[in-house]
Design a protein around this ligand. Sequence first.
Ligand code: 4NP
Length: 582
Amino acid sequence: MMRLAEKIKLVEEVVSVPHYNVAGYTHGKLVYTTTEEGVACLWSLDTSSGLKTRLADDVYMVGNIVPDSPLAVYTKDVSRGREQQRAYLVDVRNGKRREIGEVEPRRITEVCFDGKTVALSTASEEAVELWIAKPDGSAEKVYQTRDLLFASSIYHGRIAGVGVLRGDPRTYEIFIYDLSDGEFTVYTPKEGASNRSPKLFQEKMLFATTAFGGERLLIYDLKEKRLEEPEYAYKDYERFDFTEYVLFDWFEGGRIWFVGKREGRTRAFVDGMLIPLPEGFIHMLTVVGDKVYASHSSLTEPRKIYEVDLTTGKVETVLGVGLPSRVKTRLDRAYPAKYRSFDGVEITAYVVESADASKPGPCIVYVHGGPWAEVADRWNPFIASLAVCGYHVVAPNFRGSTGYGEEFRRMDIGDPGGGDLMDVVYAAEWARGKGLASKVAILGYSYGGFMTFLATVKRPDVWDAGVAGAGITDWEEMYELGDAFFRRFVEILFGERRELWKDRSAAYFAENLKVPLCIMHPQNDTRTPLKPVLRYAAKLLELGKTFELHVLPEVGHAMTRMDDVFKVLFPAVLFLEKYISK
Ligand code: 4NP
């Protein structure tokens, strides 16, 4: 049995392994973010001299980089985690920075750039908005709505993106905003389809759509008003059957690269040619002549940047470090497992077995956030930390998760905390039935924190303990405290069924809690506010329940500092040691 001090040290090592992520390439420089300094910073690497230059610190989001402009656009939180962000431009040749000062701090959901104009989708208290900005820092709000929307591309006078634009919470339509006449056009190849991430080039728009069955990449010609199949020089992709196209874009005047995903693992193709990267997940890539730079990770390997030579197929790590061996040896197998839920629906869970736990041994059911997200075969410091501490981790992709088709993703709409919660309960049963789990704790952050709160009061007999980070205990109160974006988000998630809010709020069932609960919450969280959770804790105190509460000062929902990740994990590890290790 490992000593507690040893576990804490291992978690610190896991959390401090730096991540590297490709942002793009321009003017001879690979632009990337890294957490080497304990917080995400923007850097450039001169690929001929090897010289590295720091461009910006504590960055939140980086926009796409275009080869004909030396500028990179990025955002920073200026509100100690309250997600009030500003946008900036930096010249990668000389590191000169400029603030886009005319956009007052607000939630920025996307940034994109065509070399001349920046497009931003944002949200304020009152509205969801589209802004444009120029490299001189001037900016203008061009559109506002109460619908959810996200810009994904700008090209010579047009902005494209997706949103819930026809009032159907299940579907995402495309919008095209024309800067010359201010016309906002909604497009979908078929009513009822979900469309993703349109990318503009000349008169063409490349996008993913479920209009014709499973997700496919298609091109819409904006001038001819016609759909086309993308064409590729190579046919390697034909051997694969992907459920989703997670990333795609144009390069070099009309060629296309894309990343397809199946079962939480991805493959990348450049003009149809398979890129020989290891098994796992490709987070981003950029094509530079006959080279590809890609950031990649797996559940047992942190994010690194690889260079792939397209002519020789040679793969090299350009940025990134491996895990310390004491960490690596404790991460045993990582694999997807399938089980049937209460109503026969097939659920996939990613399992990471701990080399330090017996079988059966203490087990964590890790519930991901989103809820329209997934646990894939990619680096996750929470999962890795728990596994190195001697817990088997079972991470179910419950109904509503991405990665298993659009019908599956939509299954939680109008029923959050219903069927998806049962899928999580069945993950615990599966782990016990397989002989993997002895004691089981449920642990999650954000939507996963919500599920933890609800699971421990609605299915109190399934768990031995619960750890809820940045969770939701009361939908009504959370809605009141949300901005325009999150109010709409909640309406969409519940499929407008407000009458369900109470039944899906742990606040109304607190007396059912039976197991010790560890609560962690960022003080400045503006997505899942602290206030309702404090009230919940007060209720638990009144009822004489066993719980602990940790408020993280000066931290927001999206933790950018590795220290803050550690601050969430540290109490969790102490708590789990006490309640499920023995
Ligand atoms: P996430 O955050 O799980 O980190 O993506 C969330 C914030 C709000 C809601 C869900 C998730 N919500 O349902 O309102």
